[in-house]
Design a protein around this ligand. Sequence first.
Ligand code: ZN
Ligand code: ZN
Length: 446
Amino acid sequence: MRIRFWGTRGSLAKPGPSTIRYGGNTSCVEVRAADGTLIILDCGTGAHDLGRSLVASGERPIRGHLLLTHTHWDHIQGFPFFAPLFIPGNEFDVYAAQGLGQRLEDTLAGQMEYEYFPVTLGQLDATIRYHELSEGVFDLGAVHVTARYLNHPGLALGYRLEAGGVTMVYVTDHEPHSRHQPELTGSAQMAPVHHEDQRHVEFLAGADLVIHDAQYTLEEYPSKLTWGHSPAELAVDFALTAGVKRLALFHHDPLRDDVALDRVVESCRLRAVGRGLDIFAAAEGQTIELAERDTVAPGAATQPKTAIAKGVEAESATILLVDDDPDIVRLLTMTLRPEGYRLLSATDGNAALEIARAERPDLLLLDWNMPGRDGLEVCRILRAESDPDLHNVPVVLLTAQVGAEDTAAGFTAGVTDYVTKPFKPTHIRSRVHTWLSRKRAGPEGT
Ligand SMILES: [Zn+2]
Ligand SMILES: [Zn+2]
């Protein structure tokens, strides 16, 4: 498996003398498996040079799979400039998480409308197929792909690619779930307490290479909470806990010049000293070879198997919002109503239980601190119900508490996840989609 970085920058392209070593183009990574399968991870401005290189290679027709983490600008701006899409006979399959609003094809067409770009999506000459994903697994040629939701204020997927006994994981635009802040200096943290962070570690487990969001430093992070990106130091901690061999820091902040990025790498290496993890900052043009041990003959089937979204309509989901603060209920209602959900609300624990038993919601967003029965108590009562709809319903606690002990107490009581106040509407939207999608897939569906 050969991996090449064509764009390593996050948020905004930043070309110029101060970013010349690590590069100024936004996210785009080429993966070529030993069987010839071409996978392109994200299509930021780096895709421009990748496209030119593919065309110059003389390969005809060019066939590839474009796996988008999500459709924020820095991950799709290279799409209309990706030359192979303009050549008849070429074939591309484009994959991204199924959102709630428009289809993937329409989202990509949006940035190519007449007001923004001279060529429309429909005028591209290559054959392009669009696939909307949920969490799950599928095969592209000899590459086994696992898709997993990330924590970002836009619905995003990370991808784990395995072929010939080697594994690489691409997780950019992801923020740790726990708000518990480790010490600024010192060595790496122990295994995470938050269940969602534990899932993240499982997703990275044993990889030969992890390309991880590392937009901020731990020092900068407190002012960037909920922006959906990781401090580099915590990417190191996750990689160490997951037993990863090599860690590529990725999605470099547009404000971080080459010299500053060198310093980030240095402090990350210090944090992991003696632990056998190779840490570097991904640089545009850099190539990494992971030697596949057992290769599969070229031309193997390329049909995705199971991760294609099931297309369940949003209107079918009922969400119960419980908070004694009317402002929070109003904010959640304003955020979720346009998505087409059926919303119910309550202002205390007893009313919440009554409504839950009568209406069997698909999801509860539940305040921790309420007069009378608090959120933890409501969750414990639901988990003790014999009705499987109530016993298994996802319960997400809304809380201002961030301590590791509080987090652990919540998971012991059976909560599915946490949202820490204050939160952003975009974050709530993408998380609600994740919880509902996992509920539909069932407990074994991920
Ligand atoms: Zn990004
Ligand atoms: Zn993003």
